[in-house]
Design a protein around this ligand. Structure first.
Ligand SMILES: *[C@@H]1O[C@H](CO)[C@@H](O)[C@H](O)[C@H]1NC(C)=O
Ligand SMILES: *[C@@H]1O[C@H](CO)[C@@H](O)[C@H](O)[C@H]1NC(C)=O
Ligand SMILES: *[C@@H]1O[C@H](CO)[C@@H](O)[C@H](O)[C@H]1NC(C)=O
Length: 399
């Protein structure tokens, strides 16, 4: 476990190694603890003064190191547990990696290990977190910066999230109490809460999918700005834990697929027999998943992903010939590139695909290829020219 910081208050008092946008008076109350209105919202996070650092334990598919939780986000909740979202349409940035590459390289490097999207699309995940939550932190507003340079606050948001995450070595805290990932052992909610509270000083919100532990929400209040103020752990407000009181599974990451049992609560699971939907040959149109035979599905980059999870939504648009169609994802149009690999990205020229009633085709052929079968977490590059592994792609329309 790389992240071991025990002196929480000391490390936070120092603050992240970034220029403070404003120097805030020392006598301000902590957010959500004021008894009268505080005027300067550049030094006082409001209304989102209940700041949550949320972390994931992803096992289906697994993300990040097998001995560390990963970051979900840093969220400004209102003091009553409600929250604002998407507070600034002008700051829905689509270049978080590029911004951090320039302004906060260390933060970016940490995020590449510890802030992972379960479909492999970290950039989109980071865009979502900043656009939805980061824009609602009053102390990160552009007017809080002297000589504001566009996107300056992005580095502050992610650097603070990462620095706070480093003070929360969840895996170690649980392990110290004998709570370790296991495919057979289960734990009680009280034991998990006790292990966390012993270190955090306050309860955390403990969340499960069914009876499988998968997320924690740590609550804080801030004195001063989010970017350079002091964080203090507090009791949660708002929605409560979602786990059963006992029988909680804390599954190992990257377990061999054969040891994973299919749960009835998940709609998609690998390893079940595939029944490929059939339809009328011709152009596909509308939204759907592109599933792969023998298994897995296509993600937004146009790569093959075999672990369980939610496939990317593809949009098919019929060409005027009524026979062929184009595909695009949140990344952009999907194109077969000069090296015969399939990829979806902004500014790509969409290629024409066909549908033979069962499978998606390219130049009339329903067989696509990969250099190897991707293992869990790997993204397989799909080619239209012959390689070692053959695959077909089929369309599962979304209503
Ligand atoms: C705390 O300060 C915020 C921001 O000025 C204000 O909206 C809120 O009403 C204040 N709370 C109290 C209890 O005065
Ligand atoms: C990121 O995008 C913003 C706005 O869209 C732009 O102002 C900024 O220059 C871009 N930064 C980088 C590093 O590409
Ligand atoms: C579609 O292509 C596959 C693979 O070549 C083939 O097995 C199948 O019969 C074709 N379906 C139709 C309806 O032509």
């Amino acid at each position: 476990m790389l992240l071991k910081i025990t002196l929480i208050q000391a490390s936070l008092a120092i603050g992240p190694a970034i220029a403070a946008s404003v120097s805030c008076p020392a006598d301000l109350p902590f957010s959500c603890s004021n008894t009268t209105a505080v005027e300067d919202l550049c030094c006082f996070n409001a209304p989102g003064g209940d700041v949550l650092l949320t972390v994931f334990w992803d096992t289906a598919p697994s993300t990040g190191p097998s001995d560390s939780w990963t970051i979900h986000g840093l969220w400004p909740d209102n003091c009553d547990g409600s929250y604002e979202q998407y507070c600034d349409q002008k700051r829905q940035y689509t270049n978080i990696s590029a911004i951090l590459q320039e302004k906060a390289l260390c933060t970016l490097k940490t995020m590449q290990t510890y802030w992972k999207d379960y479909t492999g699309d970290d950039e989109s995940f980071w865009e979502h977190e900043f656009g939805k939550h980061g824009t609602c932190m009053s102390t990160l507003n552009p007017e809080c910066y002297d000589n504001y340079q566009p996107t300056e606050e992005v580095a502050d948001y992610f650097t603070r999230a990462v620095s706070l995450f480093k003070t929360l070595p969840t895996y170690d805290w649980l392990a110290a109490a004998g709570i370790v990932p296991s495919s057979t052992q289960t734990y009680t909610l009280a034991a998990i809460q006790g292990a966390l509270t012993a270190h955090h000083g306050h309860n955390a919100i403990i969340r499960c999918s069914g009876s499988t532990l998968n997320e924690l929400w740590y609550h804080f209040q801030v004195k001063g700005s989010v970017q350079s103020g002091t964080f203090k752990a507090v009791d949660p407000v708002g929605s409560g834990s979602t786990c059963p009181s006992s029988g909680i599974k804390y599954l190992p990451k990257y377990a061999a697929p054969t040891t994973t049992t299919t749960t009835t609560t998940t709609a998609s699971s690998t390893g079940t027999a595939i029944s490929v939907p059939t339809g009328t040959p011709g152009a596909l149109a509308g939204k759907g998943y592109v599933k792969v035979q023998p298994d897995g599905f296509m993600i937004s980059t146009g790569n093959w992903y075999r672990a369980s999870g939610t496939p990317a939504t593809y949009t098919a648009a019929s060409n005027s010939d009524g026979e062929t169609f184009t595909l695009k994802t949140s990344k952009g149009p999907c194109q077969v590139l000069a090296d015969a690999s399939l990829s979806c990205a902004a500014d790509f020229t969409p290629s024409d695909f066909g549908y033979n009633g069962t499978y998606i085709t390219y130049n009339g052929a329903a067989t696509f290829y990969a250099a190897s079968t991707p293992s869990d977490q790997d993204k397989g590059v799909v080619f239209t020219t012959e390689q070692v592994v053959s695959l077909e792609m089929y369309w599962q329309p979304l209503l």
